[in-house]
Write a new protein. Structure first.
Ligand code: PHE
Length: 431
């Protein structure tokens, strides 16, 4: 059967933005900025995106387009024994997807609660079995999309949801900036503390966040690249990266003005999205509507990211084992739900914990932080060192001095930074 292709460059860009823009932008980015030097954090963050995230994005797209297949078979075609590395990446994505769907379910539930005007307290919500229903619902939405194919499913979903997301975001920014706490909120969010830039922890946080947010190193862009035609890779990857940074920065402009308007603690860290912000919505005017819109936006972001993750193992089954798409999707969906179940149960009465850490938190650390970096290392080493230079040059438009700089970055810079981030993340631990 002929390989599916994106219907247009725009469709590919929207799907890639859908993958990149997720919970990481709207929930994680604002609180990480708050914790790591405010506006000054943008400096290491932009360096991370520009010099390390973007080159790796381009490399993934290049491997995918050049080999014309998904991660396991692409790696196998580079060297037989690298198929195992491809398998590791597929496993990491599936494991991340499991707990990501759990959080996507929480977001869906919150959108619904606010729309009904009845927000539930977070601890009461995740302590109940209600999240399981939303976990299943979100999983089904992801499954149905991927089952419908690259064009009819993934691309179509993003064509609808990404514009909706941007409109909602801009609307919320405008509203948040007119709230009484706006000036104070922005002061907290963006006032730069440059002294923090000498702290290596801030740099490690910036690199970790950049890789997570760009969805890079997971074989997603590699798989997406295998559906590409002759598009220029740098330009399109840059558009995706810019959109990703923009959404993250704008999300902070929504979150902090609202938190300050409600007089709440802006340094709530991971609790910001599900405890502080919902509390803020119950305080401010039109809070229920704003809350519903906010969580709807977050749901659109999370769903399109989850879809891109499910496509990786699905395409791998199709390409490596010749499964038809529908059967591959069903299998992978079932596996992801099973893998996510312990995370979905981690806060319920069953209290699934490992050594005192809730399973979901552990999964986020082991797979979403450490696993993600290891996967990124595999991509950069296999692609940078074992795919021939001429083959990469062919994909990125010639072999001039720019490409020499690029290759040096991919071969030395990116793996070095990933290694440092890996070691740094180990020492920071899961807490
Ligand atoms: N980039 C997504 C986000 O910001 C998350 C993600 C990570 C998606 C890794 C795919 C792979 O939420």
């Amino acid at each position: 059967m002929e390989r599916e292709q994106w219907s247009s460059t725009l469709g590919f860009i929207l799907a890639s933005i859908g993958s990149a823009v997720g919970i990481g932008n709207i929930w994680r980015f604002p609180y990480i900025v708050g914790e790591n030097g405010g506006g000054a954090f943008l400096i290491p963050y932009l360096i991370a995106v520009l010099f390390f995230g973007l080159p790796l994005m381009v490399l993934e797209l290049a491997i995918g387009r050049s080999t014309g297949t998904s991660v396991i078979s692409a790696f196998r075609s580079i060297r037989q024994r690298f198929a195992a590395a491809g398998l590791v990446i597929v496993a990491v994505v599936s494991l991340i997807l499991g707990y990501y769907i759990v959080i996507t379910g929480w977001v869906l539930a919150y959108a619904l609660f606010f729309a009904l005007g009845q927000p539930i307290e977070f601890d009461a919500f995740i302590g109940s079995y209600l999240p399981l229903a939303f976990f299943l619902l979100s999983g089904l939405a992801v499954y149905v999309t991927v089952r419908s194919g690259v064009r009819e499913g993934i691309e179509r979903l993003s064509r609808y949801l990404i514009p909706v997301l941007f409109v909602l975001l801009l609307l919320l920014v405008v509203i948040a900036l007119t709230e009484p706490g706006a000036a104070e909120g922005i002061g907290f969010y963006l006032s730069p503390d440059f002294s923090r830039l000498t702290d290596p922890g801030v740099w490690i946080a910036a690199f970790g966040q950049a890789f997570f947010s760009l969805s890079v190193g997971m074989g997603i862009l590699l798989t997406f690249g295998s559906y590409l035609g002759k598009e220029g890779l740098f330009r399109n990857a840059a558009i995706v990266a810019v959109a990703d940074v923009l959404v993250a920065v704008l999300a902070g402009l929504v979150v902090f003005p609202l938190v300050f308007t409600a007089g709440l603690d802006p340094a709530a860290g991971v609790n910001l999205a599900f405890i502080t912000l919902p509390a803020a919505f119950t305080e401010i005017q039109y809070g229920m509507v704003l809350g519903a819109l906010f969580f709807l936006m977050l749901f659109a972001a999370a769903l399109t990211s989850a879809v891109s993750m499910l496509e990786v193992p699905t395409a791998a089954l199709m390409d490596s084992y010749g499964y038809p798409r529908k059967r591959a999707t069903l299998l992978v969906f079932a596996a992801a739900m099973l893998l996510g179940l312990p995370s979905a149960l981690s806060y319920t009465a069953l209290n699934l914990e490992v050594l005192g850490t809730p399973f979901l938190d552990l999964a986020d650390y082991a797979f979403g932080t450490i696993g993600l970096i290891v996967a990124g290392l595999l991509v950069s080493v296999v692609g940078g060192w074992f795919m021939s230079r001429s083959r990469i040059c062919k994909e990125i438009g010639g072999c001039g001095w720019q490409q020499t700089v690029y290759m040096a970055l991919i071969r030395y810079g990116v793996p070095a930074v990933l290694l440092i981030t890996l070691v740094g993340s180990f020492f920071r631990g899961s807490g």
